[in-house]
Design a protein around this ligand. Structure first.
Ligand SMILES: C[S@@+](CC[C@H](N)C(=O)[O-])C[C@H]1O[C@@H](n2cnc3c(N)ncnc32)[C@H](O)[C@@H]1O
Length: 351
């Protein structure tokens, strides 16, 4: 059985190996420039030679007015140094040592004097002997003592962390009271600990990917089905979102409702005193009671307009998570006309 479990662990680890495109990072990060000024940014799942997060912050270091950029990478990465190489240089420290290392940058000068800061300058910086790139003592696990010490220095953590460790990853950021902007899977919304933070308005969604679908760089998988949306060297991941506790303008925008409530169009669940609203845009403008909405509602959630009461996503009733009284006797998912519907967030209008 040990063999099976190590195989499972290896498969799980491989599933964590996909890399974010620079354009997706730019599209999201463009909204937060002001909040990044003067800050220490930490990318703690990012090999500086491979990560576009590192590349984005290094190239925009001066424009954003960053104080410091720190990146650490993880040694056991099963496919490290095979995916993206930002630089053509096969002789890099990383390639030779295959070890976990960190980079700390406090300035990005125009080292080649061509009048602009570009990738060549970043490469020169990486190769320079001023100790910006150093080996870590351990394996670069974000939970390791030395990485936690770096986390303590950081103001804002920005990355795409391993999805398989998302719960722990978020818990650590919260424990150290850090600001963050990270990519995660939509399913994470229904994890109890993550949902609790969402309900308490301690985490919300960023601007996100179109249709919540992301294309990530991965040349490793050859066995996934080629769909009409197939892009060479990429994997398509559905239900991807940015999770953050940095302010966004969109969470202050009012959701405009065009529909009026009628009991026929908005029936109540069999097991909750709440009406079913199957599409966020159909939230009735004039209903003051509890409404069950799909989890994608969070894309439009404005805490000044709505209050989140709870979540019905699993069969067992947990009063704290569901947030409203259970009127059924068995399945605690939202049940409508004797059939359970998808996960529902219970909300109520504030205004
Ligand atoms: C989804 S990939 C994203 C990589 C990079 N942040 C990007 O967006 O291009 C997640 C990365 O986390 C690394 N990783 C896995 N477990 C880790 C751990 N315990 N600590 C730090 N990094 C880890 C993986 O090796 C992988 O490179």
């Amino acid at each position: 059985m040990a063999g099976n479990s190590s195989l499972r662990a290896a498969n799980k680890a491989k599933k964590d190996e996909f890399y974010t495109q620079l354009s997706d990072i730019e599209n999201e990060l463009n909204h937060y420039s002001e909040q990044l000024r003067g800050k220490v940014i930490f990318c703690n799942c990012d090999d500086p030679y491979e990560s576009n997060f590192f590349r984005y912050f290094a190239l925009n270091f001066n424009r954003l007015g960053l104080k410091k950029l720190i990146a650490t990478c993880y040694d056991p990465s099963p496919i490290a140094y095979k995916q993206l190489s930002m630089f053509d240089d096969g002789q890099s420290i990383a390639n030779k040592n295959r070890k976990a290392y960190k980079i700390e940058i406090t300035e990005v000068p125009d080292l080649n004097n061509d009048g602009a800061v570009d990738l060549a300058d970043v490469e020169t910086l990486l190769k320079s002997k001023n100790n910006t790139l150093t080996l870590l003592e351990g394996n670069g696990d974000f939970r390791s003592e030395e990485c936690v010490q770096l986390l303590k220095q950081a103001d804002i953590v920005v990355t795409n962390p391993p999805f398989s460790l998302f719960r722990e990853y978020v818990a650590q950021l919260v424990e150290y009271d850090k600001k963050f902007l990270i990519i995660g899977n939509q399913n994470a919304i229904t994890y109890k600990d993550v949902f609790r933070l969402i309900k308490e308005n301690k985490i919300w969604l960023g601007y996100g990917f179109r249709g919540n679908v992301g294309f990530f760089i991965n040349t490793h998988y050859t066995d996934y089905a080629k769909s009409s949306q197939h892009k060479e060297g990429m994997i398509r991941v559905s239900g991807v979102m940015w999770f953050t506790n940095l302010d966004t303008t969109k969470r202050h925008e009012e959701l405009i409702s065009y529909k009026r409530y009628t009991p026929e169009e908005y029936p109540k669940y069999d097991n909750y005193d709440a009406i079913e609203v199957s599409k966020t845009i159909e939230i009735p403008a004039d209903y003051d009671g509890v409404m069950g909405v799909p989890i994608t509602f969070l894309d439009k959630y404005n805490p000044e307009q709505f209050e989140i009461l709870g979540l019905a996503a699993s069969a067992g009733y947990n009063a704290e998570i569901v947030g409203i009284p259970f009127l059924g006797n068995r399945d605690a998912r939202a049940i409508l006309f004797s059939k359970n519907v998808y996960a529902r967030i219970f909300i109520r209008r504030k205004i």
